[in-house]
Design a protein around this ligand. Structure first.
Ligand code: FE
Ligand code: FE
Ligand code: ZN
Length: 280
């Protein structure tokens, strides 16, 4: 089964996202748990969440991927920013218990000049305080492009973050691999898919890989930029995506598009990618 979806707006409610996903040929989707840039947001009603959970089950969706907002910085040395990120992530994870099997993706943060090691230690401290043993949600560390002082641009940094998490919490941790980010970080996921996946396996461990963000990129390999492009229109290119989505080591994972598109563009990309897979 090919699980493919895209990022959707939460503004119409939760069940509405499920219906929109169905209308564009998706069988999963991603959404922000709260306003991605500002602080105002509203939780959905219990009924709305229950309706989405039923829709997801009836239609055999892969788990919806909740994305934490960009305003969080779990690596921050500033107490106020770290506390805000910590409390908000704890609340998000608590809320997500209502959606069984949820995935919760977050950016591991930026050390803002304090050094990679300090940044990773701060993020690990946050993970140790927001994850509850036995929780239903898997928290995903997103692989980053390594732009500015971002941590998580090297597989080694992601591995270190996982290593610093307490064992009974670590079981609830996974990784979301973003094709644009790792390409911009210098990993040739397009042409050397197997070699990059070997490296991931050696450094992080294949069992941690739980989701893929499928994005083309506006920049050449190793640019450390993070600018998403439409599928097939960037440096990864359609051949690259063919290599990625048909690789039998990751073909079972859910794929989420975060390309610069409106709904009709997403529908077209989903159809294009389904056309490449013979199990779609
Ligand atoms: Fe992200
Ligand atoms: Fe992403
Ligand atoms: Zn990005």
């Amino acid at each position: 089964m090919f699980y493919i979806g895209c990022h959707l707006s939460v503004s119409g409610g939760y069940e509405a996202m499920g219906k929109t996903a169905l209308s564009i040929g998706a069988n999963t989707f991603q959404y922000f748990t709260r306003n991605p840039r500002g602080r105002g947001f509203k939780r959905p009603s219990k009924e709305d969440v229950a309706a989405l959970v039923a829709l997801v089950k009836e239609n055999g969706f892969a788990p919806p991927l909740a994305h934490a907002p960009y305003t969080f910085n779990p690596s921050s040395c500033e107490e106020r920013i770290w506390q805000y990120s910590c409390e908000s992530m704890r609340e998000d994870i608590e809320f997500l218990e209502a959606i069984p099997g949820s995935l919760y993706n977050f950016h591991p943060g930026s050390h803002v000049g304090k050094g990679v090691e300090t940044g990773i230690a701060n993020t690990a401290k946050l993970l140790n305080s927001v994850i509850t043993p036995g929780q239903g949600t898997t928290v995903l560390i997103e692989t980053m492009a390594g732009k500015g002082s971002e941590i998580g641009g090297r597989f080694e940094e992601v591995a270190e973050l996982i290593r610093l998490t307490e064992p009974e919490k670590r079981v609830h941790l996974g990784v979301c691999l973003d094709t644009c980010h790792i390409w911009d970080g210098g990993y040739d996921i397009a042409g050397e898919t197997d070699r990059v996946l070997d490296e991931f396996d050696r450094i992080i461990g294949r069992e941690r890989l739980r989701a893929i963000h499928l994005n083309d990129t506006k920049n050449p390999l190793g640019a450390r930029k993070d600018r998403h492009e439409k599928i097939g229109e960037g440096f990864i290119g359609l051949e690259g995506f063919k290599n990625i989505i048909t690789n039998n080591r990751i073909a079972h994972l859910p794929f989420y598009l975060e390309t610069p598109n409106e709904l009709d563009g997403y529908a077209a990309e989903i159809a294009l990618l389904r056309g490449i897979r013979n199990d779609a």
